[in-house]
Design a protein around this ligand. Sequence first.
Ligand SMILES: O=P(O)(O)OC[C@H]1O[C@H](OP(=O)(O)OP(=O)(O)O)[C@H](O)[C@@H]1O
Ligand code: HPA
Length: 181
Amino acid sequence: MTDRPYVIDVMISAKAIAARIEELSEEIASEFEGTDKLVVVGLLRGSFVFIADLVRELDLPIEVDFLEASSYGDGMESSREVRILKDLRGAIEGRDVLVVEDIVDTGHTLSHVSKLLQSRNPARLKTIALLDKPSRREVDFRADHIGFEIPDEFVVGYGIDFAQRNRNLPHIGKVRFTDEA
Ligand SMILES: O=P(O)(O)OC[C@H]1O[C@H](OP(=O)(O)OP(=O)(O)O)[C@H](O)[C@@H]1O
Ligand code: HPA
């Protein structure tokens, strides 16, 4: 699968992402207005670019922590088994928490992580995803804040990979195999 030739067509430009992040940061700032210190949790690895841009737009007192979850391996299909490869460094009990995800596809990853973190009794736990593919959902889950709803295309860039490649593209692109008729 991963050695098939492919090209990447632009789906969402870097400029459009930046503009949307400004809007999202205003939504988050008003939702958490008055928070003592928000814990912003990035889900590795895909969210590393999004969280970096988002927190720099957030006018709130924050801490940043990371949790690494993986379910795709090198393919295009979810294993539906979410493995936690690295846990948070800090405790979140009684804290306001925002979980930052790059994409919600089947929904298994963010739904699993939300349940896990909710079990640690945060004061409030909200989720934000840059991309949402509702047509692929396999579990009943929707992020509280969504950047863009996208169709059923396999996307890469802005932190998101195909078999660990293309995370460094500044835009969101869709994979198009060139050996298809
Ligand atoms: O809604 P789902 O179908 O669960 O898919 C979404 C998840 O899949 C990708 O992670 P992946 O397992 O590829 O790990 P990565 O973040 O390290 O790339 C992506 O970064 C999301 O975390
Ligand atoms: O469209 C996608 N691209 C890359 N990784 C993913 N993980 C879930 N959906 C995707």
